[in-house]
Ligand binder design. Structure first.
Ligand code: H2U
Ligand code: ZN
Length: 333
């Protein structure tokens, strides 16, 4: 175990993180999060996402019985933005972006989280994710599937749901991952994340849970305290490429992982999670490996979170406990 301050290199983003493992006993008299009450009805007549209810934009939800996808009533991206003008100057660069935003309700049940849903229903969400990539991928280069869970991570509603933002351009994070995976493939002739998984399976100390087809680990370069990288063990480019068995195993693994998250501080855990697969244009993306990131904000308890502020905004990101310590704690949950 490394006990002295050091920096670790993020292979996926070409960025460094400062790790200061001896600082975990730092006093905290700052903000403490309110623990949200977990008493929720099966159906909430005031919820914008419950079946049959009217949404904020005026449209009504059907009486859906499993999953339900609709175009976001407040989309940040639109399919036909007004024609862009000339680039104003070398210093003021801009580029018009075309896209669309959707919302996915994971379940008609207002009171459940994904962890509490039956495995078959989680599996249905996996299918919807894959269908959405297939459909939107025909029109848009990047389709970002994500979930903000819990008020701590900015979720606007406790009803189990996620979002999809599709755009004709690669946003920053996937762009960095594209550069890094491509460079590694050109230099080594093998797939960065496949090689990385093999190494993690040998070392074991950062692995949190795995089954036949999937592995979840705290990446060596993790920034968030209990960050997780979730990957298929086989070389897979995109969600629609997953076999039936891989989809079943993914549903089981997510349920296991989310159970550990909820047990960690004995409380419903918050996070932002999302999928990164190869971009959807026709270029050769052999160097890509499908994966999901989970970014949970909690640090020491259900009420003390990590902030990305100060040194992190002005110098570089930092973490207090090592990836190995975090993985051990999650494994033991
Ligand atoms: P978040 O909880 O991650 O914010 O996702 C909820 C999304 O749902 C949010 O983007 C949309 C918001 O715009 N929404 C609708 O499209 N219609 C509604 O009636 C409520 C919320
Ligand atoms: Zn609801």
């Amino acid at each position: 175990m490394i006990e002295y301050p050091h920096r670790r290199y993020n292979q996926l983003t070409d960025e460094w993180v400062l790790v200061s493992p001896q600082r975990t006993d730092r006093p905290w008299q700052g903000q403490v999060e309110k623990i949200p009450s977990n008493q929720r009805p099966i159906y909430d007549p005031h919820c914008y996402l419950c079946p049959g209810n009217q949404r904020a934009g005026g449209a009504s939800n059907p009486n859906y019985e499993s999953t339900f996808v609709f175009t976001n009533d407040f989309s940040a991206l639109v399919p036909t933005p007004p024609e862009g003008g000339e680039i104003p100057s070398q210093l003021l660069r801009m580029s018009p972006v075309r896209g669309t935003c959707r919302v996915i309700c994971f379940s008609p049940r207002h009171d459940l989280t994904m962890r509490e849903m039956p495995k078959e229903d989680i599996r249905r969400v996996v299918n919807v994710w894959a269908e959405q990539i297939s459909e939107l991928g025909q029109k848009y280069r990047w389709v970002q599937i994500f979930e903000n869970k819990g008020a701590l991570m900015g979720s606007s509603n406790p009803h189990p749901h996620g979002q999809i933002w599709a755009s004709d351009q690669l946003p920053n994070e996937p762009w960095k991952e594209e550069q890094q995976q491509k460079r590694y493939f050109e230099e080594n002739g093998s797939i960065l994340l496949i090689d990385y998984v093999k190494l993690e399976q040998q070392q074991e100390e950062r692995v949190v849970v795995e089954n036949n087809n999937w592995i979840a680990l705290v990446p060596f370069w993790a920034v968030w305290p209990f960050e997780i990288l979730l990957l298929p063990k086989r070389h897979v480019l995109r969600l629609p490429d997953l076999s039936d068995e891989e989809r079943d195993d993914l549903a089981s693994l997510m349920k296991e992982l989310l159970t550990k998250y909820d047990r960690l501080f004995d409380n419903p855990f918050s996070y932002s999670m999302g999928w990164h697969g190869a971009p959807n244009d026709k270029a050769d993306y052999t160097h890509w490996q499908l994966h999901a990131h989970y970014y949970p904000p909690l640090l020491r308890s259900a009420t003390v979170r990590k902030f990305i502020v100060g040194y992190e905004l002005l110098a570089e990101v930092q973490r207090d406990l090592t990836a190995e310590q975090a993985a051990k704690r999650l494994r033991e949950c």
